[in-house]
Ligand binder design. Structure first.
Ligand SMILES: C[S@@+](CC[C@H](N)C(=O)[O-])C[C@H]1O[C@@H](n2cnc3c(N)ncnc32)[C@H](O)[C@@H]1O
Length: 270
């Protein structure tokens, strides 16, 4: 991947979801417009801080579980600004030969992608700048083709991404495209904001995203469950992110469903 930072418009005058998320996680890759919109969202839904961390830890646990149970190829869509440990660090800790392709459509993620390319010597990582709504272009990209063998199982992750793909069908069409394109044994990991627990404050927080030019669509458990049509859910099925295979070393038992506010699940293609 060649990153020509000079050619990238970072759009610092408007808030971006990746930089707001970075702010919620305590990162430093965010700018005044991002902090202003994040502040407005937090003022009406302070648990966003908890939700972001619970979501990130769901990524850690799900990737670790998949690497420990044999997955060696990872395709992470909607990667976000690098925040250590990144997905490849978790995967390669369990399986040093793991190969990871990251992708996002945010220009700031692109300019920080070098942090995602520090692979273990045995493994490999790559970054593709791509819109998740065009999964065909992603799977045809040279970075994917050169890094992953699409004839072998791939662990696809769409973590805290699909609520940024609004519309009745688009997000489900994206997932269905991947299901058809990836081979049997591939896995699908999704986390997604839901209105099911605390709808009114959440709606006000999402209005702050909308005002910043980033529409967000929270989806109900039923809508979330439909992403997994044709996949077999791994234990424990559909849960709120902090309840998915909890790790005793990172106790999240004090977190409520309303605070975590995202469903999470992992499934395998039969
Ligand atoms: C909340 S962050 C999640 C980051 C990471 N997956 C995690 O869960 O820690 C959402 C990411 O999705 C990216 N994103 C939103 N819409 C996208 C799209 N249409 N195509 C690709 N990436 C997108 C944003 O730029 C942002 O980096």
């Amino acid at each position: 991947m060649a990153v020509d930072e000079g050619a990238v418009d970072l759009e610092l005058d408007r808030a971006h979801s990746a930089r707001m998320y970075d702010y919620f996680l305590g990162g430093t890759t965010n700018f005044p417009a991002d902090r202003e919109s994040a502040g407005k969202a937090m003022a009406v839904f302070p648990a966003l801080l908890v939700a972001a961390r619970a979501n990130r830890q769901f990524m850690h646990r799900s990737v670790r579980h998949l690497a420990q149970t044999g997955m060696r190829q990872f395709l992470d869509v909607g990667t976000g600004i690098p925040t250590s440990p990144n997905l490849h660090e978790i995967a390669q800790e369990a399986a040093p030969d793991a190969r990871v392709v990251y992708t996002d459509n945010d220009p700031v993620v692109l300019t920080h992608a070098h942090a995602l390319l520090r692979s273990s010597p045995e493994g490999r990582t790559a970054y593709v700048q791509c819109d998740a709504r065009d999964p065909e272009a992603l799977l045809k990209s040279p970075e994917v083709r050169e890094t992953l063998d699409l004839g072998r199982p791939v662990a696809l992750s769409l973590i805290a991404l699909l609520h940024f793909v609004p519309g009745e069908r688009t997000a489900h069409d994206v997932v269905e495209y991947f299901r058809e394109a990836l081979p049997s044994g591939s896995t699908l990991t999704i986390s997604h904001v839901t209105p099911d627990f605390d709808p009114e404050p959440l709606a006000r927080a999402l209005a702050a995203y909308d005002a910043a030019g980033t529409p967000v669509q929270a989806r109900t458990r039923e809508e979330f469950t439909r992403f997994f049509d044709g996949w077999e859910l791994l234990d424990p099925g559909i849960t709120v992110t902090h309840r998915w295979r909890p790790d005793p070393e990172h106790d999240l038992s004090h977190v409520t469903d309303a605070e975590a506010t995202c469903y999470g699940a992992v499934a395998r293609k039969p």
